[in-house]
Ligand binder design. Structure first.
Ligand code: NDP
Length: 259
């Protein structure tokens, strides 16, 4: 039986490893495959993208790898051109800002460079990626006749963390001090809320999601969860999002994370 291939398209940044790669994998190996999965990463030819290259060999009609460095506006513009030529007038339904960097340490351990790197990747990166792909998100929102907001229509999903939650950090900081990371992800949370207000008129949903503590290079080997479980949850939650979640912050189980 031919497998179902849907009409939706999705772009994921940081798609070469960790949660981003797992998201690409589950999307293309699942029963409702999107039409296009744009796997954006900054070094598609590097050793860290080998698994992604192997996956592309299995699903060349669905996955397009695009070179995108979230800290480099010109690479975002170039990748947007590649995506535009592949979309051929159709919109981009979902943009997942997943790429992120984390440096562990408290205030005294943190250098200006740590702070600049965290802000450049975790805050300005998502902002510039949203701006770069906004025309395609708008096309998707306009061409969908369903009322309300959803990931089937047009959505920006920002992968945040409970470490960026001001009300959760007093319990988490002693276990996991990541000064620059927490501050930058709190910035990403505010970016999500501001974008949700800016893009409301366009019908584009903006939501921040916390993936849980996951065994990746960022999460480390002690993390209790595999990327598979986290991404299964994230994809399920994404399917349920509506305008009620616009400007909201949920975890991979669908529970609201306090700001
Ligand atoms: P990984 O360390 O496995 O992956 C990080 C990804 O981000 C890599 O693909 C990396 O690419 C990419 N990246 C970093 N900087 C850039 C950049 N400038 N441009 C493009 N890509 C970049 O981490 P995770 O998969 O765990 O993290 C994914 C997201 O989930 C992050 O936003 C993280 O903050 C968040 N998160 C993770 C948690 C966890 O426990 N794992 C918990 C809460 C949130 P490259 O290979 O080129 O370095």
């Amino acid at each position: 039986m031919a497998e179902e291939k849907g009409e939706r398209s999705i772009l994921i940044t940081g798609a070469n490893r960790g949660l981003g790669f797992e998201m690409v994998r589950q999307l293309v190996e699942g029963p409702c495959k999107p039409r296009n999965v744009f796997a954006a990463c900054r070094n598609p030819d590097g050793a860290q993208a080998e698994e992604l290259r192997n996956l592309v060999k299995k699903y060349p009609d669905i996955i397009t790898v695009v070179r995108l460095d979230a800290t480099d506006p010109s690479s975002i513009q170039e990748s947007a051109k590649v995506v535009g030529s592949k979309l051929k007038g159709r919109g981009l339904n979902v943009l997942v800002n997943n790429a992120g960097v984390m440096a562990a340490g408290n205030m005294e351990d943190t250098t200006d460079d740590n702070m600049l790197s965290a802000f450049s990747t975790n805050v300005m990166g998502p902002m510039n990626v949203i701006k770069g792909f906004l025309p395609y998100l708008r096309t998707a929102a306009k061409s969908c006749d369903k009322p309300g907001m959803s990931c089937c229509k047009a959505a920006v999903i920002n992968i945040s963390t409970a470490l960026g939650s001001m009300s959760s950090i007093p319990q988490l900081y002693s276990i996991f001090p990541a000064f620059s990371y927490s501050i930058s992800k709190a910035g990403l949370n505010m970016l999500t809320v501001c974008c949700s207000l800016d893009l409301k008129e366009d019908g584009i949903l903006c939501t921040a999601l916390h993936p849980g503590w996951v065994r990746t290079d960022t999460g480390g080997p002690q993390a209790p969860m595999e990327a598979k479980q986290s991404v299964e949850g994230l994809l399920k939650v994404m399917q349920t999002l509506t305008e009620k979640n616009n400007g909201g912050f949920l975890d991979y189980t669908g529970k609201t994370v306090p700001w």
